[in-house]
Design a protein around this ligand. Structure first.
Ligand SMILES: Nc1ncnc2c1ncn2[C@@H]1O[C@H](COP(=O)(O)OP(=O)(O)O)[C@@H](O)[C@H]1O
Ligand SMILES: [Mg+2]
Length: 362
């Protein structure tokens, strides 16, 4: 069991200095547009992932005109208090500590406090490029499997090196094939490791997404999901050989697990092309719920669920089904933002949820 008890946010986005206390498992957060509801969820997300859900640039998270930010959060994990402190200043290394013990590597923190965010723009997981779906898949796997995360970091580092080598080879028109061979060779192990983990994990994940989709959509569509990777058919070594010319010409790596994708289809057609708005939403929620469920079963405790403006996205009945599932049947902690306090209140009442509502104001 993981619970966030309080959070103090200093110079993070629109928050100069503010503390929030959470006493319940279901927390409604309301307030006018632009007041900082999403930013509060992002600060919570930050505590779990050591980064923002919305931007990879940490300086964007600093309150305008300030020189750094700090987030303190008290978690209760299996009845043990864990005081997290995160300090970021540009030019210095970002620091994360738990109970005053500093992490040497931020990646070691991933998976300590698991969380799943559902935000309005997430629909790009369905409609966007394969990168969005790899991020989705990786964010689950990285929280479950620390080895996976380390291998992914290593792979991405080597991939960058390989790409910049391909560029310099083209520019200088040199033939540094010996170095290329070394990098290729170093990439094999992490590439295979990630491919094997993804293969095994998607065998659990994809049927669960289909299951949730059928429950949410509640009709007779036939949806299917597949993990796509060139590595299913060929070894990485062979693929590198086959693509060498193309890589040299395009000056980047065209093959590897950084090209994998999750492919969904609806009645045999590509989901992306033919799905309606409603069907996209259903699939998005199915993907997030499947992530939630697998995180819970692998870690042994429910992740924190961050629901940003989902009332706008779902009709009342679906919203209630979702709340029932996460708040009542799953025992996870849930944060839900909404502009309408009354909508939160009436939902909590209708479902007999013993929640609290925090109103953010200026
Ligand atoms: N780095 C920043 N410094 C100061 N204010 C910021 C920063 N980033 C975002 N904001 C402000 O945060 C506000 C949006 O907060 P947000 O959490 O999205 O509101 P809500 O979700 O309640 O509609 C905007 O007014 C925006 O200007
Ligand atoms: Mg918002």
């Amino acid at each position: 069991m993981v619970r966030l008890r309080n959070i103090t946010i200093t110079q993070f986005k629109n928050y100069s200095f503010q503390r929030f206390d959470f006493n319940k498992n279901v927390i409604g957060i309301c307030g006018l547009n632009g007041i900082g509801k999403t930013n509060l969820l992002d600060a919570i997300y930050y505590c779990c992932f050591t980064k923002s859900y919305f931007t990879s640039s940490d300086s964007m998270n600093i309150e305008n005109g300030k020189d750094g930010f700090r987030i303190e959060a008290l978690f209760d994990k299996e009845n043990i208090n864990q005081q997290l402190i995160c300090v970021y200043k540009p030019q210095t290394k970002k620091e994360f500590s738990i109970n005053d013990v500093l992490y040497e590597k931020l990646s070691k923190h991933i998976g300590q406090f698991t969380c799943v965010m559902i935000a309005p723009d997430d629909i790009s997981i369905i409609t966007g490029t394969s990168e969005e779906r790899r991020k989705y898949l990786d964010s689950i796997l990285c929280q479950i499997d620390a080895d996976y995360l380390q291998q992914l970091i290593l792979y991405n580092k080597l991939l960058q090196q390989r790409n910049s080598l391909l560029k310099t080879m083209a520019q200088k028109q040199s033939n540094d094939f010996a170095v290329l061979d070394i990098i290729n060779h170093q990439m094999i192990a992490p590439c295979n490791h990630i491919f094997e983990k993804r293969t095994a994990f998607t065998k659990q994940l994809l049927p669960l997404i289909v299951h949730h989709y059928n429950q949410i959509a509640n009709n007779h569509e036939i949806i299917s999901a597949q993990y796509h990777s060139k590595l299913t058919e060929h070894s990485f070594q062979d693929l590198l050989k086959q693509n060498l010319e193309k890589d040299l010409m395009l000056q980047r790596s065209n093959i590897g697990i950084h090209k994998d994708d999750l492919i969904f289809s609806l009645n045999g057609e590509p989901f992306k092309n033919i799905a309606s708005q409603g069907q996209r939403k259903s699939l998005l929620f199915a993907m997030k719920l499947a992530a939630f469920e697998l995180l819970k079963s692998h870690k042994g405790f429910a992740p924190i669920l961050l629901l940003d403006d989902v009332f706008e996205k779902l009709d009342e009945e679906r919203m209630h089904n979702l709340l029932k599932w996460v708040c009542i049947e799953n025992d996870g902690q849930v944060f839900i933002t909404d502009t309408h306090k009354s909508r939160l209140e009436s939902s909590f009442q209708a479902l007999h949820i013993d929640g609290e509502i925090i109103e953010i104001s200026k």
